[in-house]
Design a protein around this ligand. Structure first.
Ligand code: SF4
Length: 127
C-alpha cells in the first residue's frame, strides 16, 4: 500500500531530484565496476578489434534504449557511454544484445593452449 507520505516523496521537485541522484549514483557505480573489470583484464586483451567494436555499436544504434546525448551516445539502461563500453572486452550489454566477455574468455583460452587453439578470430558477419 502506498502511504500518503510517499506521494510527497516521489512527486514534485524532491521526487525529480531523487530520481536524478539515483540515476547518477547508478551511473557512477556502474562506471567504477566497469573500470575494475577492465583493470583485472590483461592489458593486451583489454580492447576489442575494430570489427567487433563496430558490430556492437550497430546493435546499440538500433536499440530503443540508446540516448543520442548530444553526440556522446549513452545507454539508458546502464548509463554508460556506448562507444567506450562496446570497445572494452570486459563489458557486455545489460540486455544481452552483445557480449565481449565471451570473446575475451576465448582469447584467454587460446593464449593458454596455443596448440589446441579453436581460434575463430572475429570476422564481420555476412548479412
Ligand atoms: S548496451 Fe545494450 S541496452 Fe545499452 S544501448 Fe547498447 S544494445 Fe541497448
Amino acid at each position: 500500500m502506498i502511504s500518503p507520505l510517499s506521494k510527497h516523496v516521489t512527486d514534485g521537485f524532491v521526487g525529480d531530484l531523487g530520481r536524478l541522484l539515483t540515476r547518477h549514483a547508478n551511473r557512477v557505480w556502474n562506471y567504477l565496476r566497469a573500470r575494475y573489470r577492465r583493470f583485472r583484464t590483461p592489458k593486451e586483451l583489454r580492447d576489442a578489434d575494430f570489427y567487433l567494436w563496430i558490430e556492437n555499436l550497430n546493435k546499440c544504434r538500433d536499440c530503443y534504449f540508446l540516448d543520442p546525448n548530444n553526440g556522446r551516445p549513452t545507454c539508458d539502461v546502464c548509463g554508460c557511454f556506448v562507444e567506450t563500453k562496446a570497445r572494452w572486452m570486459s563489458e557486455s550489454c545489460p540486455l544481452g544484445e552483445w557480449d565481449n566477455t565471451v570473446h575475451l574468455r576465448q582469447r584467454i583460452q587460446d593464449l593458454a593452449n596455443p596448440y589446441q587453439s579453436t581460434n575463430q578470430s572475429h570476422q564481420p558477419s555476412e548479412q
